[in-house]
Design a protein around this ligand. Sequence first.
Ligand code: AMP
Length: 588
Amino acid sequence: MSEPQPDDSESESSESSESSETSPTGFAALGLRDELVTTTNALGYEEPTPIQRLAIPEMLTGQDILGQAATGTGKTAAFALPILNGIEPNAPAIPTALVVVPTRELAVQVSEAIFKYGVEQRIQVVPIYGGQPIHRQLQALRRGVHVVVATPGRAIDHIRRGSLALDAIRTVVLDEADEMLDMGFTEDIETILETTPKDRQTVLFSATMPRRIMKIAEKYQRNPKQITVGAAESAADKALIRQTAYVVTRHHKSNALGRILDMEGPSSAIVFCRTRGEVDELTATMNGRGYRAEALHGGMDQQQRDRVMSRLREGTAELLVATDVAARGLDIDTLTHVVNYDVPSSPESYVHRIGRVGRAGREGVAITLAEPKQRRLLNNIERLTKQTFDIQKVPTIGDLREKQITVTVEAIREAMMGDDLEDYNSVLFGLASEGSERTIALAAIKLFHQGRGATADEVEIPDASERMLRDDRPGKGKGKGKGNYDGDRGGKPGAGKGGKGGKQVGNVGPGTSLIFVGLGRKSGVRPGDLVGCIANETGLTGRDIGPIRITENYSVVGVPEASADTVINAIGATMIRGKKARARRYVD
Ligand code: AMP
């Protein structure tokens, strides 16, 4: 076993095994102001992710960026930190940056991130999105903000009302641009880009780069710097490593990890986290679950690191919870499992991490916990490793109990072979008059079983892999080219003339439900309004939604069966084109 590198390793890239540099550490090296370096440090970010390393210095020079990066690569900080870098602490609260995102969920998430990163500078940021009462947003804008994070439709509303001042905007970011185009927001995005100052910096991030995105870039960006992360480079020969992924929402992650490890029973595992905070939190959780877990991160001094290493060496710890940087150079011969508590932000980092098992012809296990939106990150890794993930369902309480019983049976079977059983004869003799040998045996088994900390879980963990697989199905919900519904803004005049005899919404596949919405063309409804409303209110993505048909008086939209009731309630609770809509299941 070799020791992890001490403090000087903190300046190295966490994503590769390249030789160390003598440059200042992490975020400071990118040229960010002190407040931001302090904040990223406090957040436990030890190193910039690849997209941050590439995008931040370019953005700081005012360069336009055309970035290809998926969720989970750290792209929010990649554009947020340079934006914040240009705002002096206590600067007047006038919007200098506008971030446009496809959904309400993302608007809230991005503005929370910006708030968090800008806390030292007292940055004011507001998310504005459809579905929320506009007066609350008007108030926030009137009070003054430095950064606005908006969904396209609501941004246009505010621009038209004059409530969103654009004169001082220096940077416009289009985040998840492909998703926005899929949702039919092309026109709104173009309007936003036409109305913001011409000399602005335009930053476009997209997980994919279809022709439609390139057209926007050509029209509205000036000589953009193209940045791609997650591209495949070489194959890693990891045939001896079983690579499994589980799809769970963030909320259930630690519980899911506990259950997966209970099933796997690793003798020695390393769990990689993104931040120091996550390392500390997860270590505490896993200890609470009965594991002997140790934390290792860059915030620890050398003495603490040494202590952790000797506990591992002696076998008194079975789980090491670590950040990439802290675990650099760490080589544990007996390691059986590598766990990615988060999908690593680059495929190279994944290969580097899992390279710690499966050595010298031994078998190893690599477990990755992914959130439903991280399919693309998994795809990138699959391309690099030339292996596909075995996407498993998180074990149920039933699975776990079964496993625990198997372990108990095996342990007792082994004990039955022992030659020291007679030593306990006096205990059996003492109980003989109080019950049958069967009763005594069952009581002893119960004590042993419980003593091992078995059956701790009571709550099922929802399996999110269905949602990820659905997101990944090619063409699902987009309906482009099918010709039986409106796929882009404005729709097809006369498509599906309504009611009987009109065109059917199409061959909806199994698992898709059609929802009737009591507003149509007469009310000015366009596909983007429906998709925007549903996506914002329910968290479904543009890809989940469709086909769509808009007739004169009503519309019909396809949504995943499992979300049908949520969608009906959500539509009923909001306004579309300023009107209350009725929604119910559609019967042709
Ligand atoms: P994003 O791709 O922007 O959605 O970010 C994914 C997650 O990575 C978020 O939870 C961030 O807080 C986290 N994150 C971003 N940058 C870093 C970094 N340099 N080190 C550790 N975690 C990070």
